[in-house]
Design a protein around this ligand. Sequence first.
Ligand code: NAD
Ligand code: MG
Length: 392
Amino acid sequence: MTMQVTVLGSTGSIGTNTLDVVARHPDLYRVFALSAHSRVDLMLAQCLQFQPRYAVMTSAAAASALREGLRAAGSRVDVLEGEAALEMVASHSDVHAVMAAIVGAAGLRPAMAAAKAGKRLMLANKEALVVGGKLFMDAVADGGATLLPIDSEHSAIFQCLPEDPAVWPQRVDHIILTASGGPFRTREPSSLRDVTPQQAGNHPNFAMGRKISIDSATMMNKALEVIEARWLFNLQPEQIQVVIHPQQIVHSMVQFRDASVLAQLGTPDMRVPIACGLAWPERVASGAAPLDFAKLSALTFEEADARRFPGLHLSWQALRAAEGTTTVLNAANEVAVAAFLDGRMRFDQIYQINAQALDGVLPEAPGSIDALLALDAEVRCYAEARIAELAV
Ligand code: NAD
Ligand code: MG
């Protein structure tokens, strides 16, 4: 049977890689819907190539420009706009699988809709899980969804773990997330004060979206991944470790009770975890180059330097604090990264804003997605106010 796939965030780095894998297997996958924020040119090309039933643009102006382009090209793709349309294409009864590849908390509601509707949910949008936490995992369980991690580290761990989650607690001692160290791994920490968005966005091994590239430079990406792993694999904060591995060949590891360690390896290419998520438990060609062990000169590992990457430790701090604190950390970080990219504050101030938000906003057990998103909005205002103070 052909699997009908919705790709949320199809114009992004994960979205385009997903369509690359889908295009390799027209017999297995068909695109049901695509979504993007505002990039009309690429969305138009994707619509003409994949002929989805729906294309959703979050911006109304982009939606009308897309409609016009499609009409001129003689295409009958139905163009929708707004957040409710995202939830509709994520939960539609004709859809089997949803790739959640929107960046940030903006992707939470559509990902939740797919979870509640019991879809195969391929989760790249780590912020959705960091914000949603237990409520997100409850929606997956209640909806009977199959949650497949797309973040390469979590896909690696998922592939190393036994298939039955019921046996994880008794068998797993801890997991080890690998981190590339980003573009500043060997820079003197005091010299990071004045780095530009362009320097910070320059990831050593591959091209990604703007926000995750800055998160890789601050190590906040790994902090979000620690929180993501806590929920995906039902672990205690102290069962999650991080090690720097600059070559990005070992994508992460699981250490079992007997001290045996399993790792998943591959070239650093997001099409591998994407193909794994699409086909699981089967395997399909991803287009990624195979590893050539004869040419691998070295696999090296080093400790994550807390002086260079202070943000990393905010994850364990947030996980040990009151429920909702990881939502606080994520919202502050989204605002801080945007302010840095806009040239409104320095690189090292991203950490400062995140740490201030954790101290300054104390959540009161948010019990619903609406409450979490209200908290998210409150923290955004708080962080913007702190950023405004920096400027004076
Ligand atoms: P990107 O910036 O390249 O793409 C983001 C996509 O989301 C685009 O299609 C954009 O149109 C859409 N979008 C942005 N803001 C939106 C909004 N407010 N509402 C609706 N749609 C919106 O980002 P990316 O690098 O592809 O990352 C996507 C997600 O995957 C992120 O959560 C990221 O952390 C995660 N991820 C990415 C990589 C990677 O290699 N790029 C690896 C692991 C995890
Ligand atoms: Mg990752």
